[in-house]
Design a protein around this ligand. Sequence first.
Ligand SMILES: [Zn+2]
Length: 322
Amino acid sequence: MKHAETVTFGGSDLDRAADLRGDIPALAAAMQAPDTRCALIWRGKPLISGDGALDLVRVPMTHPVLAEARSAPMLLGRENGAALFAHDLSVWEPEGLDSEALKQFIDPSEQRHPSFEGDERFAELRGIMTRLSARDAELAATMRSIFAWHASHGFCSKCGAKTEWYQAGWQSICPSCGTQHFPRTDPVVIMLITRGNKTLLGRSPGWPEGMYSCLAGFLEPGETIEAAVRREVMEEAGVPVGPVRYLASQPWAFPSSLMIGCHGEALDDAITLDPNELEDARWVSREDMIEAYAGQRSDILPGRKGAIAHFLIRNWLADRLD
Ligand SMILES: [Zn+2]
């Protein structure tokens, strides 16, 4: 698909500076260099600034807020020849924190740290992802996934000992048995299933009323992408799928998925719903979907902007899947 990498989180050709990760003297020098910058994250929410189009905030390594971080910074990469790190400030307890808001699917709350005097604030990435540049979206997704992995994988899965930060945050290592551990990326297939002029969409319980999206599911060990597409569609909607082809991928840092967008051609129309997986599934014609994307339908709401399903359907409507 020619437009594959224009998807949100589609990448920005970031120099990830893998050569620096294991070079302790070079890392130490980079942390002291005056043009080195650091991005910040608090409980999965990147520090951003701006209004309309948003920027990921980059502070100098001498910024006083960095004294609050409890672990070493991770190395995100290099920008304009200078190193860029990231620090996790999750230990900070904001005054009057609305902890219920943090649990929502899209947390609308924003937190302002007293070390900043401008409009800098921590914001939920799902809610702001389409307002960041491709570079800042890639950086935010990367640090969100890496810090979430460290937070949930602090112990060796082989021997149970506490692991240590390694390779500037890109690995951890077990001091007891020596096993190296790598950050997780969990592949998920998400598929635009078509039959003639219509596409198969489903909705999960709890989604906003009328919202329908592409079917999706995790790949299983020992399974190809194509087989996962066919299995998931059969399990969820009882629809057999023939030819499958890859379209585009999207890192989805909630917390560590890689969405693999595919096109599959259905061999039959009849839907047999699995109520444990889906609340409803339906075929939607191109004409009806165009009206839905124009906001003219109350019975079909398009999926969230920025998500790959929205991107795949929009390109199908524009006849740009090639
Ligand atoms: Zn171990």
